[in-house]
Ligand binder design. Structure first.
Ligand code: AKG
Length: 405
């Protein structure tokens, strides 16, 4: 670890004078002074504990500001202050021959800044966490976790629904852009595209096994959904490392424990190694939006995770990388038979439990026509804008969805 600090200091500004710290008067002068003190300590002798203490004061103070009121009302300057606090703390942890535990704490600190703060200094936290991660990263084959994965991942017999031919989502193999546009995009018709992601490294050179995910992302802190479905009362969100998520919800999952779902749109920005394993589907170019506006989401979890029936305001390519999923689709024309929640927050979500509908409360549901499928690794489902979709994973599963317009 001896040269870790030289790698970190190489990406920091050369001197205190070149280190920007500019805030408007929305940020109290006492906080700006504390930030300046942290900056000074970065470039002059000081004790480790004093560096960490001052950075922690900045983190704790700005954390309060981030948690006041609703997230969209949080001023971006406070998110920047939080990121600076994380940057100073992570730097302090990595000086002077840090232990592996201290480096892991620095990784977590950077991740908190990436998740809750705002980008500062050309995304310096992202650069730093890349350096730190390489320091603690073990190649997949070096991992020794005892028995082979298949024996330790809890195997459940999935309830695999029978797909009737007349309501199966149609399938096509590598259509031309023109044919996809004419037959599916313009008329907004769902379809399963086969053979269009066969070249992804995630399905070839770097298959997304648990060991591989642990090796590229194990020490990274990510938001996790805990609970069977986001409409349940006891559903909650928490922050866990990818290793903790796998240990708690996948490898040692026992029947009584809540389900956990790593379902989020920041994962690929946070962990660029995973982004390098996937590609944007070519068909996204048929949209009117810019490539940068495409949202790429990760959906990683054990068998049994459910995304309740809901609709989204964009076109969607849902690509299956690991495991299989049962998916049911309803047209937006049948929304009145699907009983959306009344509240503003959940108005895009149906109240009906799709596979166990309460026909007394929701009598019209059974008359709504639908298409369904079991999506297998290597297949991509086109879910047209506003089409209602219900998803249940049949086994350990990792999917990637692309929301585009
Ligand atoms: O795979 C899932 O659980 C949900 C996917 C989804 O809802 C989406 O991509 O919009």
């Amino acid at each position: 670890m001896a040269d870790l600090w030289s790698k970190i200091s190489a990406v920091l500004p050369l001197s205190e004078e070149q280190f920007p710290l500019q805030f408007s008067d929305k940020v109290e002068s006492s906080v700006v002074e504390m930030l300046q003190r942290c900056r000074q300590q970065l470039y002059s002798p000081s004790t480790r504990s004093s560096r960490i203490l001052n950075a922690q004061i900045v983190i704790d103070f700005s954390w309060e500001k981030l948690n006041m009121g609703t997230w969209r009302d949080v001023d971006k300057e406070w998110r920047c202050v939080y990121s600076y606090g994380c940057l100073f703390k992570a730097s302090a942890l990595c000086r002077e021959d840090p232990s592996e535990g201290e480096i892991l704490e620095a990784v977590k600190t950077c991740d908190m800044g990436l998740l809750m703060g705002a980008a500062i200094m050309d995304d310096l936290l992202q650069v730093m966490v890349g350096i730190l991660q390489r320091e603690v990263r073990k190649p997949a084959e070096e991992e020794d976790r005892g028995q082979p994965q298949a024996k330790r991942v809890k195997m459940e017999l999935p309830r695999v629904p029978v797909i009737k031919e007349e309501q199966a989502v149609p399938r096509i193999r590598c259509p031309s852009l023109e044919s996809f546009n004419t037959n599916h995009l313009l008329p907004l018709r769902p379809v399963i595209l086969e053979g269009i992601i066969d070249h992804w490294p995630a399905l070839n050179q770097r298959p997304w096994s648990l060991e591989y995910l642990r090796s590229v992302a194990g020490c990274r802190t990510v938001p996790v959904e805990v609970g069977s479905r986001y409409t349940d009362e006891e559903w909650s969100q928490t922050l866990l490392t990818v290793n903790e998520f796998i240990d708690r919800f996948i490898v040692h999952k026992d029947g009584e424990e809540a389900l956990g779902y790593l379902a989020q749109h920041q994962l690929f920005d946070q962990i660029p190694e995973l982004k390098e394993d996937i590609r944007l589907p070519d068909y996204c170019c048929l949209g009117e939006g810019e490539e940068d506006d495409i949202t790429v989401n990760a959906w990683f979890g054990p068998g049994g995770t459910v995304s309740p029936l809901h609709q989204d305001p964009q076109q969607n390519f849902l690509a299956q990388v690991v495991g299989s999923k049962y998916i049911r689709l309803y047209s937006p024309e049948d929304s009145d038979k699907l009983y959306p929640h009344q509240s503003q927050l959940l108005h895009n979500t149906s109240q009906v439990e799709v596979e166990h509908p309460d026909s007394d409360r929701f009598p019209s549901f059974s008359s709504a026509p639908y298409l369904d499928c079991v999506l297998q690794p290597g297949e991509v489902l086109f879910i047209p804008v506003k089409h209602w979709h219900y998803v249940r994973s049949l086994e350990l599963s990792f999917s990637v969805s692309f929301w585009w317009s």
